[in-house]
Design a binder for this molecule. Sequence first.
Ligand code: AMP
Ligand code: MG
Length: 415
Amino acid sequence: QKNNPVSKEGTIMSMIQVEEALDTILSKIKFKGVEKVPLGQALGRVLAEDVVSRVNNPPLDNSAMDGYALIAEDIQSATPENPVKLDVVEEIAAGYTAKGVLKPGQAMRIMTGAPIPSGANAVLMQEDTQKDSNAILCLDKADVDENIRMAGEDVKIGEEVIKKGTTLSPAHIGMMAVVGRSQIAVGQRPIVSILSTGDEILELDETPEGPQIFNSNGHMLAAQIKSAGGIPVYLGIAKDTEKDLMEKFESALKADVVVSSGGVSVGDYDLVKSSLQKMGQDMLFWKVAMKPGKPLAFGRIGDTPIFGLPGNPVSSFVSFEQFVRPSLRKTMGCSDLSHKTVQAKLTRTIHKKPGRLHFLSSIVSWADGEYTVTPAGEQGSGILKSAANANGLLIFPLEAEEIKQGQEVAVQLLG
Ligand code: AMP
Ligand code: MG
């Protein structure tokens, strides 16, 4: 806190950098707790245990093909012109085991997934054989172990298959089914209340007149919270009075995390700061050296973290992605808190003033073995259209003034 003095009036005294703000915020965010869910509800949740296999997969050596189990040495000379004839002595379907032991000169018809009979050491695929009443003609040779999937080649007993902290994808769900897990320990989802502020802001079913606008931030934040794994609770719009703000913030505190938008700047009606300061002790108000999204309030009232995001829609959006999403991930025990970042080649030269890190709503694509990135149109803090067309945030570093076409830049991948 020593770096971020706040005057008695709650005015912002210093400018801090994005990483410092994020580190300070994350140091105050706690893991919410563990709950058990059925596998069918685990998609997108954060694993709260290391998943260890109690089975071998596959359980036994089995066939990777429909064909014939045999002894590779028996058919070393086989060609289409000089096939080798083997007696077919048994048929093994998936889920069954052979009754007998395979002997030299014999083959067993075998289906994909069926266990390799003892005595056999290869499977010749059906396409390389011809039926000849109770025998087959092998038209090709086979190597030892050909078309055999070994027991445990996917997973072995005791092997760790998914790490704690992983956000579960469809393939992870499949993997848990492979090892027979029907109940999974995951991080609890945080309940996040959303408060929009501003006398000019209307609900979507109202009719704007003159300077009035719809509450876009409230709905966008709800979607961001949901996509981060949180449970959004929409608390509507507070008027620009300390009384209304304090009342609404008071009810917002029932949640695990509170997010507001607007009212944190230096305007005469930016009363979020003073209201929060009257309610809690460790509220910090920062100018973060970033664009969009300079003003930011963060702190806790009791145990509840509160984020006062700026009101301009792109500022609110980007500030959420930089500070709130990583925090929500931390409450769920996620091991990757920040967005995945890639290096991408810039398609046109860009400029800015030094002193703030800029996030440019951008379009990233992958072609010919590399990422390229193009800013998605005009970049104003009120131009949400560009963010809506973007799939990444280009990071234009703090002190940089120009990045030339063809240079590599870091881009955060959204979604
Ligand atoms: P403020 O930070 O309250 O000064 O707001 C900055 C700008 O963002 C103003 O133009 C506001 O009208 C706009 N704004 C604030 N809250 C919202 C919201 N919930 N939805 C859309 N625009 C907003
Ligand atoms: Mg306002």
